[in-house]
Structures are given as C-alpha cells and as structure tokens.
Design a protein around this ligand. Structure first.
Ligand SMILES: [Zn+2]
Length: 357
C-alpha cells in the first residue's frame, strides 16, 4: 500500500489511521509517508529515524514550520476506523482520528498539493509524541539538525476543534514513594504498611485546588493529579513499598523549575523524584505573522491546556500555535471521533493562508 496524497483529507485520515502506529511502532507509517512524499519534486525530504521532514526552498521572505505527530496512544478495540453519524453529521471514528492523524492527513495532502506556496514551508511528521519527552522525534531531530527548525512561525496540527490554540501548559511527572516493613498479614502489627502510608499523599492531591492563571490575556487552567499507583507483594504480605505517580500541568508563566518547587511544596515530607518535566509555551499571539494567521483562518484564539510541541518552537523563540481538527476532549478517548466538517475546514483554512499573496 502506498498513500494517495491526492485523495480527500478524509480518505487520507482513514488510510493513515488504519495503519496502526502506537508510540514506538511507527516505522510502517513513516515508511508509507516517506514513499508518498519522496517523489514530489518541490520538496526536499530528510528522514531521521521515524521522523520525516519535507521542505520547500523557494526563497520566500518567510518560512513556516507545520508539524504533526504520527504516533497514537494504545489501541483499545477502536481500529479499523468507521464512518459514523451523530445528529446527522458525518464523523470518522477510531484511534488516532482526533489525536492527531486528521491534522497530519491535512498536512500531507497540502504538502503534496502546494507546489508554489506564498511562504516557504517546512513540513515535519514525527514519532513518539505520546510518550516521555526523551523519545520525542521532534526533540531528537532538533538535537542533530537545529537548522531544520529555522522558521518565523510554527503550526502544530494537534486537535483544537479547528480553533487556534495559543501556547500550552507545561507538564511535570513525579514519583512519590513510601516505604514500610514487610510482614505476614496474619500478624500485620509486626510490619509497617507502605500502602497505608500513601493515604496522606492521595488526601493532599484530592484536596488540592488548582489555579487558573492569565498569560498574555489567555486563561490557563492547571491541574495536579495522581495518575498511577503501584505497590503490594502478595495477598498475604504487608507491603514495604508504594509508589504514586503524579502529573502536574502548569501555566506557561511558570518554568519547569517553578513547577518542581510547587510539587515538592505540596508533597512536603514525602520522598519525591521528578521523572519528566517540560516547560509550557507562552501564547506568542502578539507576533504579526501569528495575527495574520489567526485573521486568515478566521478563528478565535484560546489557551491550550495540554502540553504540545508548540513548546519546543516557543523555546526556540518561534511563535507557535495549535490548529487542527477534532475535539481535544476526545483525544485518547476510546470513542475518539472527528467531525468530517472540521477536517475540511482546517484544510481550507491552511490552504487559504499558505496561498494568500
Ligand atoms: Zn497529540
């Protein structure tokens, strides 16, 4: 199978969703994308691992980076895709339709179609976005080819309901550990129960009231949550260890170091190990090119709560926004589904802006 980039964005979305590409398993889809893009004479194609870059070199005054990840969270009986209808409106249902293969499909189609865009374009399709930051294909590429990231503006096709979402919250993960003493549960009083000792951690997290923080006029909502808990030895053993994994999503006005200090403060008295942290991104919507983009696609800017790779561009000083089809609330959801009308609208919006002279 070779992808047909002249197909509709809907058909292309269906085709790339039906090639499963859970994080770490993107090679087949990356091969398909490379095979479809490589013959296009107007694009220089660079592959690094399972990340593919295709760029024009037309000598335009401005360059825009447009990126989409090709991996998904694990499949849960939600592939192959299906065409469904909700209240008379057509949707494409299945893993990846929202996060974010509809956005990536629109990009692939326009990459092939726009041989003479008004700006130079660096298209980027990358792997391992849904897992720890150290595996992120865009990050790995930036480490070896920072020159590919030169741009005046960046657009990530993450689901935003076809609106323009500026910036994003940062994210931090931590493991909070409790220890105890093993004993036979028939004589529990001899031991010390590490799982029971985790109860105050959970109490602090459930009592925690997250803030809303205004940054450049957009209101970012934070959260601090337990996302995993593990412990226990056997059905008759008092456990001597317990781990609670915590995820803090913080406003882009805070650095990862500020976020770490906050989490350590909330969980003071416990053994806290920070395992992963990434700064958020300021909205960046004051840049003229960002304002032109917002006006051209006719969307209202909103804050993005989830961390996305706009932060990577923002860290390089490049204003970056999310603009893609699909409801972010349905990302990672087993009933993930994208309205066909939004796929078409984002395709029209991007095409209009990229060809406006
Ligand atoms: Zn995503």
């Amino acid at each position: 199978m070779v992808l047909d980039l002249t197909a509709s964005s809907l058909d292309l979305t269906r085709a790339i969703c039906d090639i499963p590409s859970v994080s770490g398993d993107e090679q087949r889809l990356a091969d398909e994308i490379e095979a479809a893009i490589a013959p296009l004479a107007h694009l220089e194609v660079i592959r690094h691992g399972n990340t593919i870059v295709a760029r024009t070199a037309l000598g335009r005054a401005q360059r825009v980076a447009i990126a989409g990840h090709i991996d998904t969270v694990p499949i849960n009986d939600n592939l192959p895709t299906r065409d469904i209808e909700i209240d008379g409106d057509p949707y494409l249902w299945g893993r990846g339709t929202v996060d974010m293969k509809a956005g990536t499909a629109v990009q692939l189609k326009l990459a092939a179609e726009l041989t003479d865009p008004a700006v130079d374009i660096t298209w980027m399709w990358y792997d391992n976005e849904e897992v720890e930051a150290s595996k992120n294909g865009l990050g790995l590429l930036a480490a070896v080819r920072p020159d590919l990231f030169e741009a005046d503006f960046a657009i990530l096709g993450e689901p935003s309901n076809g609106e323009v979402e500026g910036g994003c919250n940062g994210t931090l993960r931590a493991i909070v550990r409790t220890t105890g003493v093993r004993a036979h549960s028939a004589r529990a009083w001899i031991g010390e129960n590490a799982i029971h000792r985790a109860a105050p951690i959970l109490a602090r997290l459930s009592e925690y009231r997250a803030k809303e923080v205004a940054v450049e006029g957009l209101l970012y909502r934070e959260s601090l949550s337990a996302v995993r808990i593990s412990g226990g030895v056997a059905g008759n053993v008092i456990p001597d260890a317990c781990e609670v994994e915590v995820n803090y999503r913080f406003a882009p006005s805070k650095s990862a170091a500020d976020a770490e200090a906050h989490v350590r403060g909330v969980l003071a008295g416990f053994d806290v190990e920070i395992t992963d942290a990434a700064d958020g991104a300021r909205p960046g919507l004051d840049a003229p090119i960002a304002q032109q983009f917002v006006a051209a696609v006719g969307a209202e800017p909103r804050p993005k709560y989830g961390w996305t790779d706009v932060a990577r561009f923002s860290a390089l000083g490049i204003p970056a926004v999310n603009y893609g089809p699909g409801d972010p609330h349905l990302a990672h959801h087993d009933e993930e589904r994208v309205p066909v009308a939004q796929i078409d609208a984002v395709e029209r919006g991007l095409r209009a802006w990229l060809t406006a002279r």
